[in-house]
Design a protein around this ligand. Structure first.
Ligand SMILES: CC(C)(COP(=O)(O)OP(=O)(O)OC[C@H]1O[C@@H](n2cnc3c(N)ncnc32)[C@H](O)[C@@H]1OP(=O)(O)O)[C@@H](O)C(=O)NCCC(=O)NCCS
Length: 327
């Protein structure tokens, strides 16, 4: 039995927040944001739209492409740091919205590496359970709900969106899309990128709200340095381990955190001509960026069956992940 990606889908809300809008909110400028991050605009979900709603629209598109009905799903995994609620998990809420039947549904929280962690887990579950034929894997985030709109260090970076893939397993499928991966984490750096309050370590109180501790806090330059080194190094290691040259890879699809990070990683890998960059339009949508990029490349007809893709991500935890896929 083989496993392949049978469908991709993405969704971003209609509302655009551009750099001129941010100039009216904090002490920043279009020139600063573009030169330091490459971001021109990001999408912001309305108050009545939660992460499961963003995920729903991306999922519908991926399911339609795969020709899969929600009732056929055996597994749903949502990667997110911005779940609808502490519990139940967002995958269960999405399952109900899709009208899927009872099936294994859970969330994975590995920050911006979340979608790649979720693909790894979904692939392993399909292998372990041959009766599982269809899995829906989504990275979805409503980061605007956890962004401190008075903090210029972070608020210019983030946006909302979702990206989905449908994995299919069957006797009629030749080969396995998942060639190799490297996933890791180092919790010693947990503090450089976090939402401090709202969990069991620091439950919500009037003080935590007054101190704005429910919003994203980030040590920007440390994150920047580690992102470049870890993504570039794990990509090189994975290519070496699999005997693959960068020339054989059709696309490098990195997590969209900062255009300078993407350019630095692609330069080190000598893949500047094949790195997919869309951060200018969406900002950093955490677990959603790679799913969105994958769907855009796919729908643009820029990937052919058999092409190799190198996906790489880095995020809070710290977590990082790199995967080599065959389309
Ligand atoms: C956040 C980031 C864009 C900042 O760029 P930078 O070149 O590192 O800039 P610095 O942090 O050195 O800040 C330089 C100055 O710009 C200021 N600044 C920060 N945000 C600003 C903004 N939006 N507008 C204007 N000035 C800003 C800082 O206050 C600092 O001023 P100071 O020197 O007077 O203190 C960059 O560090 C980054 O992208 N880091 C990684 C973030 C990331 O990827 N996070 C998610 C990981 S998944």
């Amino acid at each position: 039995m083989g496993i392949r990606i049978a469908g991709t889908g993405m969704f971003v809300p209609e509302r655009i927040l551009n750099n001129a809008d941010l100039e009216k909110m904090v002490d920043t400028s279009d020139e600063w944001i573009i030169s330091r991050t490459g971001i021109k605009e990001r999408r912001i979900a309305d108050a009545d739209m939660a992460t499961s709603d963003l995920a729903y629209h991306a999922a519908r598109r991926a399911l339609d492409m795969a020709g899969t009905a929600p009732e056929e799903l055996d597994l749903i995994i949502v990667a997110t740091v911005t779940p609808d609620k502490m519990f139940p998990n967002t995958a269960c809420l999405l399952q109900a919205k899709l009208g899927a039947g009872p099936c294994m549904s859970f969330d994975i929280e590995a920050a911006c590496s979340g979608l790649l962690y979720a693909i790894d887990v979904a692939h392993a579950l399909l292998k372990a359970r041959p009766s599982y034929r269809r899995a829906l894997v989504i990275g979805g985030e409503k980061l605007s709900a956890f962004t401190d709109w008075s903090d210029r260090n972070t608020c210019v970076l983030f946006g909302d969106g979702a990206g989905a893939v449908v994995l299919a397993q069957g006797d009629d499928i030749d080969g396995d899309f998942y060639l190799a991966s490297k996933l890791s984490a180092d919790g010693r750096y947990a503090d450089i990128l976090q939402v401090p309050a709202g969990g069991s370590a620091l439950p919500t109180s009037a003080t935590t709200v007054a101190e704005r501790q429910h919003y994203i806090r980030m040590g920007g330059s440390k994150t920047f340095q580690m992102a470049v080194a870890l993504m570039a190094n794990t990509c090189s290691e994975l290519l070496q381990q699999t005997g693959t040259t960068t020339e054989q890879v059709r696309w490098l699809i990195p997590h969209q955190a900062n255009e300078r990070i993407l350019t630095a990683v692609a330069t080190r890998l000598n893949m500047l001509d094949r790195v997919y960059v869309n951060i200018g339009r969406y900002g950093n949508t955490s677990a959603a960026t790679i799913g969105i990029a994958l769907d855009e490349v796919n729908r643009a007809g820029e990937i052919k069956r058999g092409d190799l893709l190198l996906l790489t991500a880095f995020g809070g935890g710290l977590t990082w992940a790199t995967q080599l896929l065959r389309w």
